[in-house]
Design a protein around this ligand. Sequence first.
Ligand code: SF4
Length: 386
Amino acid sequence: GQCIMACPVGALTEHENINDVWNALENTSKYVVVQTAPAVRVALGEEFGLPVGTRVTGKMVAALRKLGFDKVFDTNFGADLTIMEEGTELISRLNSGQNLPLMTSCCPGWVKFMEHNFPDRLDNLSTCKSPHEMEGAMVKSYFAKKMGIDPKNIIVVSIMPCTAKKFEGAREELSNESMQDVDWVLTTRELAAMIKEAGIDFVNLKGEAFDSPIGEGSGAAVIFGATGGVAEAALRTVFEITSGKDLETIEYTAVRGMDGIKENVIELPNGQKIRTAVVHGLGNARKLMEAMERGEKTYEFIEVMACVGGCITGGGQPIVDARTSERIDIKAERAKAIYTEDEAQTVRKSHKNPYIKALYDEFLGTPNSHLAHELLHTHYVKRSKF
Ligand code: SF4
């Protein structure tokens, strides 16, 4: 993974949390839930000799059940929830004209970069927690209530492409009633190590489906794994919510691809314009921030991912040997797999996910409601430059 070098949090060495997770699985008094980020399913297979770009979603779910997790959830549900909350936040900022541009907050590498380098701009960041933190918060509230389990007995494990998520998982801003939303974060490589330790024949596993009711996500959620995905998912939902109409073409190809800074303008049916910038790699992010500070650029919405290509190349992903990466464009292959996974979903817009609708109807009320703010939003801290 390139991210280890590029991340401002690269100084954090990857902790070995594998033993903590084994201990949790062996503790019969604990209910252990696992969730997996979109980028994991398009890279995990590489650890077992499968070609780069192989989607192993079903095998991954089957392997997690064999490891003993009580529920296997998809962080894509949390990503759909992020879109509902962040899309609503964008619409209200567009209406009030305040704190624009709205900047995405799902990448902890980028959030930390902002806290250290542009502390006066923290109000621009979305207050949304990242998808896996939202998922964890829902597991320990909505799901716990539904199942009649004391949330203190629930352990949430996130499988992430990212080493920075380990830091994020421990932030005290991301907890409710002194409980962490997420207890342990394992990387894609660490999950592969556990599967190998357990002696599971991964390649020959039969595919299985994620658990319900908060375990399933839309196609819009899966594209979070590639640069441009969050912006595309948000625009799909914001357009439909503000227009009340179904979109005919749902692919915003302008925000796809590997250009360092991608710009696009969307006009909403009410005439409001959303000037969008999609940035990946912190070098590009710095360039964009400086251009904005000089007044050369104006946007309403900005997506930033610290890793080049987005989470598919995160620091916790399988490391591809030099000979293979000379032959194959790893980023492009993994991104292609992400977009194929989106196309394979019947529901491709976050607000159309029936489980998301049920969550609001039964528990949260409306997006950005008081309860949603309490459980799904956070704040940021000015940190000194290092
Ligand atoms: Fe982590 Fe993704 Fe951000 Fe990289 S781009 S630091 S993998 S969240």
